[in-house]
Design a protein around this ligand. Structure first.
Ligand code: PGA
Length: 245
């Protein structure tokens, strides 16, 4: 399966920073790449970045969307708005949304459904906390989040899963290859049990992926790419991760 390397810029970058980063990536992606490339800038930058990546090998995504198409939801943006700007993907259920904004599986499910309606590919994030891992609950938590936040009717090509252990995000700590392989195998099994083409749904790993650890992580079975936070803010390190794929 062709891997996907996605950059989650989070709440980083003013217009000049974002443009410089996107221009550098587009330049590097002039030649055919071995993996698909995606950047998810903050909402304020999406229109600017859309103009830069148009016609390139770099796809565009949002970091979140509201479940409704429009209406009285101050501060929110809809999947339709992302689509209108040229996005192809949207991250939903990132742990920072689940934790900081109280997003439940039901809310994430509604957002993922809204994405599908707009022909956006939802990147549904799942992952356990350190306490849950220590308590031996990792697979139960991840399977529960998958069951609760992945819509029926999604399939390979219209759905991406990102396994992001909460304790690995922004910490410099990553699971060992056998630990991450166990979770990705469980996610694959759950997808295959639920969807006819579950074997072909991309499952990304995210959490402290960098230029040094990417090659080892990307060779683990059932890892079909990376969701990269901090290291996606530097064109050279993001590119090194893409090359490791
Ligand atoms: P990180 O973030 O690469 O900075 O750990 C990953 C993510 O939260 O998607």
């Amino acid at each position: 399966m062709r891997k996907l390397v996605a950059g989650n810029w989070k709440m980083n970058g003013l217009r000049a920073d974002g443009a410089a980063l996107a221009e550098a990536l587009v330049a590097k992606a002039m030649a055919p790449t071995a993996c698909d490339l995606l950047v998810c800038p903050p909402a304020t930058l999406i229109a600017d970045i859309a103009a830069i990546v148009k016609g390139s090998r770099v796809a565009l995504g949002g970091q979140d969307c509201h479940a409704e198409t429009k209406g009285a939801h101050t501060g929110d943006i809809s999947a339709a708005m992302l689509k209108d700007l040229g996005c192809a993907y949207v991250i939903v259920g990132h742990s920072e949304r689940r934790t900081n904004h109280g997003e439940t599986d039901a809310i994430v499910l509604a957002k993922a459904k809204a994405a599908l309606v707009q022909n956006l590919v939802p990147i549904v994030c799942v992952g356990e906390t350190a306490a849950q891992r220590d308590a031996g609950q990792t697979l139960a938590i991840v399977e529960g989040q998958l069951a609760g936040s992945v819509p029926d009717g999604a399939a390979a090509g219209t759905l991406v899963i990102a396994y992001e252990p909460v304790w690995a995000i922004g910490t410099g700590r990553t699971p060992k290859p056998d630990e991450v392989a166990e979770v990705h195998a469980a996610i694959r099994a759950a997808l295959s049990a639920r969807f006819a083409n579950g074997a072909a749904v991309r499952i990304l790993y995210g959490g402290s992926v960098n230029a040094k650890n990417a090659a080892e992580l990307m060779h683990v079975a059932n890892i079909d790419g990376a969701l990269v936070g901090g290291a996606s803010l530097d064109a050279a390190s993001f590119w090194a991760i893409a090359e490791a794929c």
